[in-house]
Design a protein around this ligand. Structure first.
Ligand code: SF4
Length: 169
């Protein structure tokens, strides 16, 4: 599939949005602007190719349902920031890495294999649920929990879409 050229103006615009959203949410983009712009370009290419911002450092299938966990920000960003000070691509970095109190380190892939992800989905679908007055939904990106009949259309905390929620209870 041919992907139209991404312009510098498009990268600028998306960079500003991601930077603003990151800072508002207590996150930080990598201060290496050239490096970060390159990742933003990759996100825009994937958005144009698949219709969603699949992680630029991983291989996407092009099927949203299979790629949900790697739509940026991915399910693994926060644990990687906590443990290593950066997400897998190093698009996001921790405050300590930002002010260079901590070194940026290479990061092992946290994403389970395709077979493990499939098994986890099946177990979740068939597993017993604790009975509560309302189902409890968890945002897989930021961990926000809410008890209601259906998950919100957009996470009020991190703005992830409804399909990034999983049944928690
Ligand atoms: S947050 Fe996740 S999806 Fe986004 S760039 Fe970092 S590793 Fe990739």
């Amino acid at each position: 599939m041919t992907v139209p050229e991404i312009t510098e103006a498009e990268i600028d615009a998306r960079y500003r949005i991601l930077d603003r959203d990151a800072e508002e949410g207590g996150y930080h983009l990598n201060p290496d602007v050239a490096f970060t712009r390159n990742l933003v370009r990759g996100l825009l290419v994937n958005e144009r190719r698949y219709g969603y911002m699949a992680c630029p450092c991983r291989i996407a299938t092009g099927k949203r349902g299979d790629d949900l966990d790697i739509i940026c920000p991915c399910d693994y960003r926060d644990p990687d920031l906590n443990e290593y000070g950066a997400c897998y691509c190093a698009l996001y970095v921790s405050g300590d890495v930002l002010v260079q109190k901590a070194p940026a380190r290479s990061i092992p892939e946290r994403r389970p294999s395709r077979a493990e992800r499939k098994k986890a989905r099946e177990e979740q679908a068939t597993g017993g649920m604790v009975q509560t007055a309302y189902p409890v939904w968890r945002c897989r990106v930021c961990g926000y929990l809410c008890a209601m009949d259906n998950p919100p259309l957009v996470c009020p905390i991190c703005k992830a879409k409804q399909d990034r929620f999983e049944r928690f209870l």
